[in-house]
Design a binder for this molecule. Structure first.
Ligand code: BES
Ligand code: ZN
Ligand code: ZN
Length: 513
């Protein structure tokens, strides 16, 4: 989808459809909405006033109106913004996404919309534009490349090849010429942020027979503007990453440790290292998962997808005075004659020995070596890992929020605040000293699964903490819940969500609504 910006009156737009954001209540139409309402013979205001109105302007509610020649545009898509007192960035993003989903149903190629005065008043012109683009691009997403075009179009009512969206241009119409530059700046950022969220969604949604460790390596190598180094099995062995190697050894697909780096042109204000769990399929290994829990385990590389997409977005957005590194340990967790066995004892890169009593607690095993390597290689000011680490986090927080824990409250709160702006929730979980008891092994320095049903997410965090330097600012994001959606919202359809991409980008760039 392309964005265009033009000065003028929305009511005069002569394309196929225009989108109009509406607040509930009769007095709330701004000048743009009034002009359209008048042209439609007060249909909109009558509708809002009616007792049993078909459209109440609830957040994200849509209504498609044919204009029958009363306006140059063929359709008006009304979208509810919700109450003005509650109008926050997430409502606006969602409203635009809902409007774009409605436009997809209409199969239109070109739509126009304005920035409602209520929205601009609540968040400023540039943020409103950024969120408009975010909502539009997020709302356009569907995963359908693995369907034949005819099947995709039958399911989604779309006519484009692959069943993809037909929406090609969204024109932002604004009456004030002096705002166009700010609108353009906001749109550019929002578009890139959402396109990279969709890219991460795509990688998570696509199946493990396509998305292999070699596939992720290939994606990383092809990003212009980033340095990329990939360690293969030989280097992984030579560096002594015994824990990572143990997880990888059961699979036919060789593992890789991908290292991406963005360097700003000037002296960087700080160095941030992101580490993403890249298990392209988690069968559990010999501690095999039951079929129902295994079904979705192509999504166990969602942390890797988030890191990869974030770095790629940074390379395109530029204008970031931070050195950003991405580390992605990637392999499969499979049972085989060569795989690790419960009880195996390995030595991690930092010299600590680990008893692997459960081969399904593999995420912490690949991450611990990647954390050691990241700190050794770049000595980052801030270290953030993101992983679909524990089912316990889904039990605790559901699909609604990620768990966040770590060594620096400043970093944790910074990430939570960024998440709030980005429309992603992160809830802090504790790393109490008492939980160290979960790591105690009779035969090695650490055990990988000792919690036995108690505080499982914190236990995972405690394990990783053993591999983080005492003074390092470190945060661990457990995204096992929100990485995969089981119900639709306009901006987040079922399936891979791209969770983390927006939070990480908002954190790095410090955007505010
Ligand atoms: N990849 C899973 C965690 C997961 C579960 C992600 C559900 C997304 C949805 C992870 O590798 C795992 O299997 N963890 C175990 C840890 C346990 C053995 C300590 C779990 O949560 O059961
Ligand atoms: Zn597992
Ligand atoms: Zn896993």
């Amino acid at each position: 989808m392309r964005f265009e910006v033009t000065t003028g009156q929305l009511a005069q737009f002569s394309g196929e459809a225009l989108v109009l954001g509406i607040l509930p209540g009769s007095q709330s139409l701004d000048d743009t909405a009034k002009a359209i309402d008048e042209a439609l013979g007060q249909y909109v205001s009558n509708c809002l006033n009616a007792e049993n109105a078909v459209f109440k302007a609830k957040p994200g509610e849509t209504l498609i109106l044919p204009t029958y020649g009363k306006l140059p545009a063929a359709h008006v898509v009304l979208v509810g913004l919700g109450k003005v007192e509650e109008l926050k960035s997430s409502q606006w993003r969602r409203a635009v996404a809902a409007a774009v989903r409605a436009c997809k149903k209409l199969k239109v190629k070109a739509v126009a919309m304005g920035l409602s005065e209520a929205v601009v008043g609540a968040m400023g012109i540039e943020a409103a534009s950024r969120l408009l683009a975010e909502g539009a691009v997020l709302g356009q997403y569907d995963f359908n490349i693995r369907k034949t075009p005819s099947k995709a179009s039958e399911d989604n009512g779309e006519s484009a090849p692959n069943g993809g969206s037909t929406l090609e241009v969204l024109t932002v119409v604004d009456a004030q010429a002096d705002r166009l530059e700010a609108i353009q700046r906001g749109l550019r950022v929002g578009q890139l942020v959402a396109e990279h969220t969709n890219l991460a969604r795509h990688w998570v949604n696509d199946s493990a027979n396509y998305v292999t460790p070699a596939f992720l390596k290939q994606q990383a190598e092809g990003i212009p503007g980033l340095q990329c180094e990939v360690l293969d099995l030989e280097r992984i062995k030579a560096l002594g990453m015994g824990a990572f190697q143990l997880v990888a050894q059961g699979s036919e697909h060789p593992p890789f440790l991908i290292h991406l780096c963005y360097k700003p042109s000037g002296v960087p204000a700080k160095k941030v290292a992101l580490v993403g769990k890249g298990i392209t399929f988690d069968s559990g290994g010999l501690s095999l998962k039951p079929a129902a829990s295994m079904e979705l385990m192509k999504m166990d590389m969602a942390g890797a997808a988030a890191v990869l997409a974030t770095l790629k977005a940074v390379s395109e957005l530029k204008d970031l005075n931070i050195e950003v590194h991405g580390f992605i340990p990637t392999c499969e967790n499979m049972p085989s004659g060569a795989s690790s066995k419960p009880g195996d004892i390995v030595t991690a890169m930092n010299g600590k020995t680990i008893e692997v009593n459960n081969t399904d607690a593999e995420g912490r095993l690949i991450l611990c070596d990647a954390l050691t390597y990241a700190q050794q290689q770049v000595d980052p000011d801030e270290l953030v890992d993101i992983a679909t680490l524990t089912g316990a986090c889904v039990t605790a927080l559901g699909k609604v929020a990620a768990g966040v824990m770590g060594t620096s409250d400043t970093l944790i709160q910074g990430i939570q605040a960024a998440g709030e702006q980005a429309g992603e929730k992160l809830w802090q979980l504790p790393l109490y000293d008492e939980y160290r008891a979960f790591l105690k092994s009779d035969v090695a320095d650490l055990i990988n699964s000792g919690a036995k049903g108690q505080a499982g997410s914190s236990a995972g965090g405690m394990f990783l903490k053993e591999f983080v330097d005492k003074k390092r600012a470190w945060a661990h994001l457990d995204i096992a819940g929100p990485a995969w959606a089981t119900s639709d919202t306009p901006e987040v359809p079922k399936g891979g969500t791209g969770f983390g991409v927006r939070t990480l980008l908002y954190y790095l760039y410090g955007w505010q609504a």
